[in-house]
Design a protein around this ligand. Sequence first.
Ligand SMILES: NC(=O)c1ccc[n+]([C@@H]2O[C@H](COP(=O)([O-])OP(=O)(O)OC[C@H]3O[C@@H](n4cnc5c(N)ncnc54)[C@H](O)[C@@H]3O)[C@@H](O)[C@H]2O)c1
Ligand SMILES: [Zn+2]
Length: 328
Amino acid sequence: MLIYDKILAKKSKAFRQWMKSFDLSYGVQAGEELKAVENFPKHIQHLVKLCENTSSRRLTLVVAGGGSVGDFGGFVASILKRGVGLVHVPSTWLAAIDSAHGGKTALNVAGSKNQIGTFYPAKQTVLVKDLLLAQPEERSFEAFSELIKIALLEGGEFWRKLRAEKEVTSEMVWRYLPQAIAGKMRIVNKDPQEKSGHRHLLNFGHTVGHVFEAYYELPHGIAINYGLDFALKWSARQGILSAKAEEEIRTAPVSAYLLSAERDELLSARESVLKKWNQLLLQDKKKNSSRRLRFIFMKKVGQPVIKEVSVDEILMELCRQKEDELHD
Ligand SMILES: NC(=O)c1ccc[n+]([C@@H]2O[C@H](COP(=O)([O-])OP(=O)(O)OC[C@H]3O[C@@H](n4cnc5c(N)ncnc54)[C@H](O)[C@@H]3O)[C@@H](O)[C@H]2O)c1
Ligand SMILES: [Zn+2]
């Protein structure tokens, strides 16, 4: 059974042709509403009816779409008939690099993201070049944050190659998919169910990135670019990242994508935003105790360090970096 983002059928004749090879299919509208648990009963009733004459052994769900469709479809696969086969066909860069790998599924509850879910890795994830390259070119800048995140966490050959690149394009993101995915999976495989805390490394750039994403309503990837930049600057400020290691990162042409003119404008925002940022940081799921959370710093490329920090320290550093930018 195919669960697919309706936009794909609308946009592509090849996709409509491919759909015909499935006995059963269910089209959905992508987005956070699809993941809302409040809408789930309606979907699952349709889906159960669709496959009522198919045994669970014969049934495999093929889920084609971005991260929202993947999170929804993966969750369905994990509970339908107590679990059926799952294949992901990601159609966005975010899904191709990140969400289709690692087995996390999720639904939102009362507007809060990813509050329930399962660990349910796909049997296969199929990357289709034509499908991914059909996205608007500017989406590749958004995808870049997850690429550089993994490259910085891993170091080695992936980083050496990436740091020699001049420009981010869809073609380039496509070329690095295998390395980015292998890098993510090396981290996931050490802590598949997020028990030891190792998987938390994948949150690099995301603590503050999520604040920007929510507050400025930025695309995830753009917000994470700024979150990574923040984490690198803070690592340097704390003396965790040496000047030499910082220079190695900053002199890479692609590091320019971590900053933008738009960001300067963002960071010159008024003090009243601090209250809201404080609230958003307190919503961070990786929070340890009341006002402390685990933050990923970088010692050098390939050597991340997890340190517990307080929400107030993050807010202070946000202000300090803002001051620095104003003086530059
Ligand atoms: N499970 C995980 O590990 C994990 C990790 C990161 C993010 N996520 C989740 O992923 C979701 C975000 O992912 P997303 O940005 O892919 O979201 P999405 O599925 O909402 O897709 C974004 C938009 O792109 C459109 N789209 C999809 N494929 C397209 C194509 N080929 N060409 C043009 N447009 C296309 C969609 O219709 C939608 O409007 C969030 O819900 C987030 O929580 C999950
Ligand atoms: Zn991310």
